[in-house]
Design a protein around this ligand. Structure first.
Ligand SMILES: Nc1ncnc2c1ncn2[C@@H]1O[C@H](COP(=O)(O)OP(=O)(O)OP(=O)(O)O)[C@@H](O)[C@H]1O
Ligand SMILES: O=C(O)C1=C[C@@H](O)[C@@H](O)[C@H](O)C1
Ligand SMILES: [Mg+2]
Length: 171
């Protein structure tokens, strides 16, 4: 069984994924962490030194590698993973349990403003343009996120509540 969490930066994929894997006693993998370990470089450094196109190529390669592993896993992917190539198709073929962690724009902006520096795509956006940038980016990406088999809101709820709701959705 694979449970794959997708959603925008800051939506809570890693936080929810870790808590879910603990409850289910299933291994947790985060694709960003996997890429950093395999490339021996942080995501920030990969973007800076090799560019986004290189990152996206590697992201798809490592996604395929993880999806081909015959193990049970809760996998959180990067915010952009489902939006490039046919990654969302690969994700949905690998499991009936792909889950879009959907989080309100205002909540996303609050979370991301605090953690901007770790995320290369938003690190340089001016504060006065931040909300509009995220709104547009999220709108463009929603087409891909909405292809997940399930959807769950992650705002104004505790991590435990969201995990409980996800467990009820699993097939
Ligand atoms: N239900 C929740 N209640 C309160 N805070 C939350 C909740 N879910 C996530 N957070 C907080 O939101 C922030 C972003 O969460 P997280 O890093 O898990 O997102 P992500 O989707 O993995 O982001 P990225 O795509 O950038 O890796 C973290 O500081 C986390 O603690
Ligand atoms: O939304 C995105 O495109 C990204 C999200 C992060 O998880 C990382 O994968 C990287 O910073 C790119
Ligand atoms: Mg994450």
């Amino acid at each position: 069984m694979k449970i794959i969490l997708i959603g925008y930066m800051g939506s809570g994929k890693t936080t929810i994924g870790k808590a879910l894997s603990k409850q289910l006693n299933v291994k947790f993998l985060d694709l960003d962490d996997y890429i950093e370990a395999a490339e021996k470089s942080s995501i920030n450094e990969i973007f800076k030194n090799k560019g986004e196109v290189y990152f996206r190529k590697k992201e798809t390669e490592y996604l395929k590698e993880v999806l081909n592993r015959k193990e049970n896993v809760v996998l959180s992917v990067g915010g952009g993973t489902p939006c490039f190539g046919d990654n969302i198709g690969l994700i949905n073929e690998a499991t009936p349990n792909s889950i879009y962690i959907k989080t309100d724009l205002n909540v996303l902006c609050d979370r991301l403003m605090k953690e901007r520096d770790e995320r290369p795509l938003i690190a340089d956006i001016a504060p006065e343009e931040f909300q509009e940038f995220i709104a547009k980016h999220l709108f463009e990406r929603s087409f891909f996120y909405n292809q997940a088999h399930h959807k769950i809101g992650n705002q104004y709820k505790s991590v435990e509540d969201v995990v409980l709701q996800i467990r009820k959705l699993l097939v």
